[in-house]
Design a protein around this ligand. Structure first.
Ligand SMILES: *Cc1c(COP(=O)(O)O)cnc(C)c1O
Length: 398
């Protein structure tokens, strides 16, 4: 596969056999409108200027590429840089996508946005973007998650968003996505659905990837400036896959840059104990897209588990499935325990408390960076800060 000519997805949203638009007929016009408006916007210098201006003055971009001196010494292998998405406004990379999509909503003349949220990070980012643009905002959240992430519920409410509890099924992210899609089926004329990861029906995986690609473009420029060469390895955690694809995508054509995506290995390798789609999932369709999906013998969507809510989802973004099959990106998993140890490690070694999601990337690094040569370079994406996770981590660590 020649990644110099990589141009995915095709016009129908396929990444090879993955992706597509598996939605009720009534949503097709809204998805087509979104794709059309997005394709116009990405070529419109004014739109690009507005987006870049918001990234700079509102989000705080470019985020630093920080040389982690003590972590490097601790690993004893390659030189480690951290891409500091934890320093973005609202504390994670999600704001890049929420603001980009809010701009698209405004351009389409839509006055209302809806979103799903699990841990609440995407909900908070979307509530923030909605406040910034004066859009009405409704966020669907499983009742269980609302209890677990009470602080984020309050943040969204303070931002003027209505948080609607979802009582179906496991009462977590998957059910929240279904509720948001159901709302959109009846409201797409005046509402835009701001989907939170590189998932769902076309054109969402493409749009989310493109808005998140500022991560990789900046990292590329920053490492070239600091080291005069490209990194040997990129590492990021993979939930739906947006922070990782945002880092990886601008490097896909650089053959010598290796990439590692880290999934949630949870508490065991049996179905239901983890969220590692590439270690136990198979081809399936979930919530609008075809990808690797965790499912039981009968094709029922499996229950999942991770200590980190942001990685706890049964499907992975379709582009990752394509990149896995092509061999361009390697994927691994780390357990809850390993992630918690890495959470503590980064806090103590660098004074940076990462999100539990990002701690998975650090744990993935711990398995491979010590074996690398000292003259090699690694970039780890710190997708978010750990404030939301301190209570959870304290239960295990203190
Ligand atoms: C939501 C979230 C993730 C996982 O989502 P991706 O789309 O895979 O990036 C990772 N890190 C943080 C901090 C998050 O909030």
């Amino acid at each position: 596969m020649n990644f110099k000519k990589y141009k995915m997805p095709d016009s129908l949203g396929h990444f090879g056999q993955y992706g597509g638009m598996f939605v009720p007929e009534t949503l097709i016009p809204a998805l087509k409108e979104l794709d059309k408006v997005y394709e116009e916007s990405r070529q419109d210098p004014k739109f690009i200027r507005t987006f870049n201006g918001l990234m700079k003055d509102y989000v705080g971009r470019p985020t630093p590429l920080y040389f982690a001196e003590r972590l490097t010494r601790y690993f004893g292998g390659a030189k480690v840089y951290l891409k500091r998405e934890d320093l973005c406004h609202t504390g994670a990379h999600k704001i890049n996508n929420s603001l980009g999509q809010a701009l698209l909503a405004v351009r389409m003349g839509k006055k209302r946005v809806i979103a799903e949220t699990g841990a609440g990070q995407h909900g908070v980012a979307t509530a923030t973007a909605a406040a910034r643009f004066g859009l009405e905002c409704v966020v669907y959240m499983g009742e269980v998650d609302m209890k677990r992430q009470a602080l984020n519920v309050i943040r969204m409410q303070l931002l003027g968003t209505e948080v609607r509890p979802v009582y179906a099924g496991q009462k977590t992210l998957k059910e929240a996505v279904s509720a948001a899609i159901r709302d959109w089926v009846s409201s797409s004329r005046d509402s835009h659905y701001i989907l939170g990861s590189a998932l769902g029906p076309h054109p969402f995986p493409k749009i989310v990837r493109d808005f998140q690609s500022c991560i990789g473009r900046e990292a590329r420029e920053q490492i070239l400036k600091k080291e005069k060469r490209l990194p040997d390895l990129l590492i990021a955690c993979v939930g739906g896959g947006s922070n990782s694809i945002g880092l990886f995508h601008p490097f896909l054509a650089d053959k010598r840059v290796k990439m590692l995506g880290v999934e949630a290995g949870g508490r065991g390798s049996r179905i239901g104990e983890h969220a590692a789609r590439f270690a136990g999932g198979r081809l399936g369709i979930l919530q609008g897209t075809r990808s690797y999906v965790l499912q039981d013998k009968n094709g029922q969507i499996a229950l999942t588990h991770s200590v980190s809510a942001g990685l706890d989802y049964a499907a992975v973004g379709p582009e990752h499935s394509y990149l896995k099959d092509s061999g361009r990106v390697q994927y691994t998993k780390v357990s809850d325990k390993e992630a918690l140890a890495a959470f503590k490690l980064l806090s103590e070694q660098e004074g940076i408390i990462p999100a539990l999601e990002s701690a998975h990337a650090v744990a993935g690094a711990l398995k491979i960076v010590p074996k690398m040569r000292k003259n090699q370079l690694v970039v780890i994406n710190i997708s978010g800060r750990g404030d939301k996770d301190v209570e959870q981590a304290a239960k295990y660590l203190l």
